[in-house]
Design a protein around this ligand. Structure first.
Ligand SMILES: Nc1nc2c(c(=O)[nH]1)N[C@H]1C(S)=C(S)[C@@H](COP(=O)(O)O)O[C@H]1N2
Ligand SMILES: [Mo]
Length: 187
């Protein structure tokens, strides 16, 4: 049987399987900052409280791990990635976005996917602040990309011309990671 409406090769399960390949970082909220920079006009640094005041996005969408499980109908709330982009103004040559978590987990996102109108710096999931296991204080979520691009505990977003691998990309996972095109592994 096919799972109606899911990307090819995915099966729905009721709950997230939590992955913390580099462990659970200890978050000191008063010291935590999100730094957005790289090849941009105006690098910016945000504290958690500022981001809370910028929440502009709320919708329900499915989450897809490249290992084949999906969780349907997750509510995401946060700051739209387009808004963050408009504040820093990346240079016109930018093609990739490199993301790092406080745990030093990294991933790379195609700039065109980052600009998806539903891309969000998620601060809340299913009506509550992110829990510590699932990325508090902030994680990336882009509906068309596999879950490994959904970096948790995000602390750095860097716009670049040049591609470089993040954690899973270095192990053979795809540069782009679009779920509808089944971009699971590097060609
Ligand atoms: N910091 C960090 N972010 C991460 C991961 C991780 O190990 N560390 N795993 C990724 C993978 S492979 C998936 S499928 C999702 C899983 O999200 P969850 O832990 O909320 O279920 O987180 C992604 N973001
Ligand atoms: Mo995953």
């Amino acid at each position: 049987m096919r799972d109606e409406g899911l990307p090819p090769g995915q099966k729905a399960i009721p709950n997230f399987i939590v992955y913390r390949i580099l462990g659970q970082p200890r978050i000191d909220l008063s010291a935590w900052r999100l730094r957005i920079g790289g090849e941009v006009n105006t690098p910016r640094t945000y504290a958690y409280e500022e981001l809370l005041g910028m929440i502009d996005t709320s919708y329900v969408s499915d989450f897809h791990c490249v290992t084949g499980w999906s969780v349907r109908n997750v509510m995401w709330e946060g700051v739209s990635l387009r808004r963050l982009v408009s504040e820093v103004v990346p240079l016109r040559e930018v093609a990739w976005v490199f993301v790092r978590g406080l745990d030093n987990y990294t991933t790379v996102i195609p700039y065109d996917e980052f600009l998806n109108e539903r891309g969000v710096l998620a601060l809340r999931m299913n009506g509550r602040p992110l829990n510590p296991e699932q990325g508090f204080p902030a994680r990336i979520y882009i509906p068309n990309l596999y879950g490994w691009k959904s970096a948790k505990y995000v602390t750095e977003i860097t716009f670049t011309r040049e591609y470089r691998d993040g954690y899973w990309e270095a192990l053979g996972y795809h540069e782009r990671g679009n779920v509808w095109r089944e971009e699971r592994f590097k060609p």
